[in-house]
Design a protein around this ligand. Sequence first.
Ligand code: ADP
Length: 189
Amino acid sequence: MRNIVLFGPPGAGKGTQSSKLISKYQLIHLSTGDLLRSEISAGTALGLEAKGLMDKGLLVPDEVVIGMIAAKLDANTNAAGFIFDGFPRTHAQAAALDALLEEKHTNIQVMLSLEVSNEELMKRLLLRGKDSGRADDQNPEIIGKRIEEYNAKTKPVAAYYQAQGKLKNIPGMGSVDEIFDALCIAING
Ligand code: ADP
C-alpha cells in the first residue's frame, strides 16, 4: 500500500494536488475537512458539533476525526493506498493514524509538506471563499484563527514524521503542474 500524508497550512493547495495525485496513483482521498462538511450537510449530530468549531476556525476534537478516519480505512480494505489530506492535524492524531495503519500491516510512506507564505495563503483563501461560499474562508479573522491553530497544533506534526525520516518539504508556490511534478518526484524518489 502507498499511503501519503499531504501536509500544509489552510490554503496550501492540498485539495488541488490531492485530486491530481489520486488519479495518477489510484489512491483513495481521505480529507477530514470534506468528511466533516458532509456530516454538516447531512445534518448529523456530529456535523452540528463540528460546525460550531469550524465556523470559529478551531480544530474539531481528535476523537471525532480519528473515528471518521478509522471508519473509512475499514470501509476500503482493498485500496491501493490513501492520501490523507488535512489529517493528522495534531500529535495525537498522528500517533492514532500510525496505530490504525499498523493494525492493517501498513504504514505511511511519506509526508509531503507544501510550503506557502502567509500572505499568499490569505489571498488564496479569500478568493476560495468568494468562489465556493465556504463560510470559514470569507472572514480574515477566522482565517487568521485557522493559521494560528495550524502554527500552534499542526505545524509540530511535521517533526513527528521527520523523526521517522519521512518528511519532504515541497515549495507550494508556482504553477499547479510544477508543484505536482515536484510532489511526484518526492513520491517516486
Ligand atoms: P483547510 O485546510 O483550508 O483548513 P479543511 O477542509 O482541511 O480546510 O478544514 C476545515 C476545518 O475543518 C478546519 O479549520 C477544522 O475546523 C476542521 N478540521 C478538518 N480536519 C481536521 C482535523 N484533522 N482535526 C481537527 N479539525 C479538523
